[in-house]
Ligand binder design. Sequence first.
Ligand SMILES: Cc1ncc(COP(=O)(O)O)c(C=O)c1O
Length: 218
Amino acid sequence: MNKHLDFFAREMEEFGARRREFLEIGRRAGRFPSAVARQGQDGTDVEISVWCSNDYLGMGQNPFVLEAMKNAVDAFGAGSGGSRNIGGTNHYHVLLENELAALHGKEEALIFPSGFTANDGALTVLAGRAPGTLVFSDELNHASIIDGLRHSGAEKRIFRHNDLAHLEELLAAADPERPKLIVLESVYSMSGDIAPLAGTAALARRYGATTFIDEVHA
Ligand SMILES: Cc1ncc(COP(=O)(O)O)c(C=O)c1O
């Protein structure tokens, strides 16, 4: 008897019928937005168009990018070789960080393996390190933002989506002495809404808050 595994066996039975099925596809380099999808029990391949990928600028199919990746694999092999703490920082990652910093006019940049870990890592620190930080977070912020804020342990107020009046109400009600961080996306992933950035920046200046913007979709 194993109560732990029994629990998951019951869960599997219960959720089996509602299990989410994901479409198996292969995108085709040079033929955006075409892909081949495997469908049905017999696994027939059909051609489809994928308009919902996040490869907005087509960099995943850009011939220069593909060529550079092939050259990098030939020279350095595949994979980063492990955590930079232990195995050292991959040369190409250093080049990318330098280029990103120059692009944004900053001293340094730090890359993460995914957008999710970037939000989680950055917000854990930015919301969590300064004692007493109060966070103001848009109600439609992505799950990775919510996770990062949760991991920071910071107290937060949720403002109604893109609602500057509500954000101001919450900022005005907060203790002026507390460090404040406003967290939002510039373009929202599910609705495509654009955030009122100028108005948010004006409020941040008025109430002495820092802004953190997720630009994944922008
Ligand atoms: C707004 C937003 N932030 C972060 C992420 C996470 O990015 P990634 O898929 O690179 O982990 C997503 C993913 O879709 C997103 O929509």
